[in-house]
Ligand binder design. Structure first.
Ligand code: GLP
Length: 264
């Protein structure tokens, strides 16, 4: 077990801890460009707000950085406000000094999605390892869009969403039926190549999935549990999301990797 669990008072504190991990990667990059792995969804938003603040206030610079999104809906027009490419621009990268051409996402508009998936996997392999990969978690334990049943060694591919995930994501669309059925997502194996995984979860609705991921059996039934095989995985939680971990576990570090800075 090599997961570090960090429980912090509220989502803003969780965001600051995630921002610390990203800032460490950005400022510590020796030589080549830093590769950032970005997630969409609500959970990373406080971290993104904090990174924008640090960029504006402290001059934290993302010049030379490259960013790679975890996943993308299939079939939304490129400029659709809920395409993850647009979401990440709006929530983060448009507000930083990162080169827009260095922000990458799987091509959800491709005529041949399987070929687009293979191209994205190739792009990631050629770019070299992601230095820090931000992750959220779905209520059914999915990471990226790796739904239950996703194999540990999976790579970027087409996935059909479960009804539950579509229902969870319906809040972002005008009508529930507008949520795409199919997506492109980095696989569990793709995600696992990153040097440091930082999974952030807040709120009580995430508590069962977090407990299953951190303390349940390791297996494809809960895709996030597969990350426990990773040498450096940090799970950043607020008390509500940590509630299922039980007393005596929350607030303590588990495992052997390096914690997020400042929260040992
Ligand atoms: C989507 C994304 C995931 C994200 C999950 C949870 O399914 N593909 O990357 O982790 O939603 O989202 P939220 O953080 O909004 O709960």
């Amino acid at each position: 077990m090599t997961v570090h669990v960090v429980v912090l008072p509220d989502p803003a504190a969780c965001g600051a801890a995630v921002a610390d991990a990203v800032a460490d990667a950005v400022t510590g990059a020796a030589g080549g460009p830093v590769n950032l792995g970005l997630a969409t969804g609500s959970s990373p938003l406080p971290a993104y707000a904090e990174l924008i603040r640090r960029h504006r206030r402290d001059g934290l610079s993302f010049r030379g950085a490259r960013a790679f999104l975890l996943d993308e809906y299939l079939g939304l027009p490129r400029d659709h406000p809920q395409s993850y490419r647009q979401v990440i621009r709006r929530e983060l990268t448009d507000h930083l000094d990162i080169d827009p051409a260095a922000v990458h996402a799987p091509d959800g508009t491709a005529d041949d999605p399987a070929a687009a998936a293979a191209r994205y996997e190739r792009l990631l392999l050629d770019a070299g390892p992601i230095d820090v990969q931000i992750l959220g978690i779905g209520r059914n334990g999915h990471v990226g869009f790796n739904e239950p049943g996703s194999p540990p060694g999976s790579t970027t591919r087409v996935v059909t969403l479960t009804g539950r995930t579509r229902a969870d994501n319906a809040r972002f669309f005008d009508r529930p039926q507008d949520v795409p059925h199919r997506v492109l997502t980095q696989g569990i194996g793709t995600i696992g190549r990153a040097a440091h995984l930082v999974l952030v979860a807040t709120g009580p609705e995430k508590a069962p999935a977090v407990a299953a991921a951190v303390h349940g059996p390791v297996g494809s039934a809960v895709p996030a549990s597969l990350l426990r095989d990773h040498p450096r995985c940090t799970v950043v939680l607020d008390p509500a999301a940590a509630a299922g971990l039980g007393p005596g576990r929350s607030g303590r570090m588990c495992g052997t990797g390096t914690p997020v800075r400042g929260y040992r």
